[in-house]
Design a protein. Sequence first.
Lengths: 49, 762
Amino acid sequence: MTILVYLMPVALFLGALGLTGFLWALKSGQYEDLDGAAERILRDDKPER
Amino acid sequence: MSCCAPSAELALDLTSTTSVLPSSQEIRLASRSLGDNLWQTDLSVPTVHCAACIQAIETALGRLDRVEGARVNLSTKRVAIRWRGDSVPPFVAALGRLGFQAHLFEADADKKDKTLAELIRAVAVAGFAAGNIMLLSVSVWSGAEGATRDLFHWVSALIAIPALAFAGGIFFRSAWNALRHGRMNMDVPIAVGVSLAYAMSLYETINHGDHAYFDASVSLLFFLLIGRTLDHVMRERARTAVKGLSRLAARGAMVLRGDGARDYLPVGEIEPGMHLLVVAGERIPVDGRIIRGASDLDRSLVSGESTPKTVASGEQVQAGTLNLTGPLTIEATAAAKDSFLAEMVRLMEAAEGGRAHYRRIADRVSALYAPVVHLTAFVTFLGWMAATGDWHRAVTIAIAVLIITCPCALGLAVPIVQVVAARRLFEAGVMVKDGSAIERLAAIDIAVFDKTGTLTLGQPRLVNASSIDPAMLAIAADIAAHSRHPFSKAIAQFAGFAGQPKLDDVSEHPGLGIEATAAGNIWRLGRRGWAGWKARTGGEGRYGGFGGTVLSKNGRIVASFTFEDATRSDARAAVGQLKDAGVSVEMLSGDIASACGVVARTLDIEKFVPALLPSGKVERIEALARAGHKVLMVGDGLNDTPALGAAHISIAPATAADIGRNAADFVFLRESLSAVPLALDVSRKAGRLIRQNIAIAIIYNAVAVPIAIFGNVTPLIAAVAMSASSLLVIGNGLRLQGFRLAELTRASSATHSGIHPPARSS
């Protein structure tokens, strides 16, 4: 029973961490161009940058 | 998906011959300031489709002077360019050199899609809450008792609060809106069910009860939000694609001031009396009168006439017509808000009626469903009160009835099918702008087509190429390549080498034709009277009729050309398929009777009305509607726009006038007219699946409600029953994808042929 006192906050914290991560990614525009991101990964890095 | 996804091929069809590259003044007007002398321009580049394209565009634009940076968005097929300075860097030309056609689109880049962001955030929050509460609930179902169970219930109650407030807010607001206006929608029973379930569960938790429905209320929200988000994403994708099409209306015009100065003004600021310069290749921005110059005007988008009209000074011109051959100076006679275009918008608004009264299937069902459900719950409460006199028990069971009947499956039944249908149409190049469009299209029994630009391409095609001397045809094609007159473009397609001399000195004479010198001879391509200025003797083309377009050498006619308006590929097959589907087909056109007759005969359309004014088309459609018909209007011109608005449902090709594209419910991007029967077919299948889904949802209720009324529903049963019915409905909706294979194989040959220019043989 007492183990629940630790486990439940830990579980909820990890879940909330995932949720925050998703909301952050959404806000920072990572979902704006999904097709583009898929293609850009195939491209070589520019030397000047 | 490979680099050559369907979208790439779809973009190929978009290269419209009538589109004009935006001038730098126009780009300037469309750019927005980021402050500090920094500007951002968004251009639509429909042919971008792979990593190599992105790299090529971004590097080439980045190398231009004063360009800070360029970023391609492959999903929306747009490029955002940030630049400094007063004049616009030549990025359209730079893109053109790379082989990408770029154009401006409706400028609304400032406002991001707020609704979508809100929906996705709501889905994320509801998903998090539903997952965690469901885990706690499983522990309760598998035997947690006493203090542990209470703890789990309390934690669930806490997690559910943000989910209800944030994710549920969407439903609560919509339900409140409907109730305030005395209407009923699907969100009313959802809002009532969810909030009562939460309230009762909280009461139970406080009193150490053993049944809490937190999981039911939150997972219900989660499922419904997924359906709603998919629906929104699909429609937004279609809208973005339509918005990315090039604008056909002029954004501004070059104004000549009295003192010789020239200003480029937005269309909205042009006033009557101003003198405007319209060069060849631009559209006339406002109604006016020509004061200098002569030219040919392409009026196909405005009036539906397929043959260009020659104009000279003193004549009236209408806004929206395309100036083909010579520069014109016109005096504006009306401001943009009083121009032909604005008049069409007013006619359209006046005609709007057919669809304003349309109520969506989901709303019609919920108008019946919600009162029945709420009444059942109330009667259950009264029954248990009468039978046992136990308040608590009666309320618990009544709320259980509400939870079990909460229209999870019903809320998904319609959107899920429409999402799948819209996706299928999207892949076939047909954009659906509104969910209710699919419902309305399924009901039609008459299809009304415009002629020019809809059944036909609005571009002439040379029909007697085989009877012309190849050497003469080759030289005619070389000359024609210098003009944007539709007849010239048709001839220019036959370019090839047949020993013809090289042209020196080509000049275009507006309204008459093109003159060129080659190897000491004067060649003219144009009107018979102008080109053949010497008496017609020998050497004349075998089709020696009067009028028409001819090629002459030193004044003697050596070939004559006959044109007809080419029909869209698959037009005849499409008309046939519509007839097979039980839809009668009519043609309404602004063009002359003889031109209509030819097209009607070729396409096997029995009924047509020629020479109609825009209001005439609306009257015809309203007359059909009064006779109880549901009318589909397919049209592209400015003159069709009021009719598009008046019809029960409307479809426009991508080449349609801007306001027509915005007014239509469907926009098809490919050349082939088979998009129309395909859209009808998919809509009818979707309609059938929607009815099946509603039937499934109702059968589920018929089984579950009696169990709830007799008080046998536990949270476990509620969770299982609700998820099962939702999955069943989604699975049934996905069957629409299954119809695809057979049709794709049947239709693919047809769609691909649409890419090629009109047949060169015959």
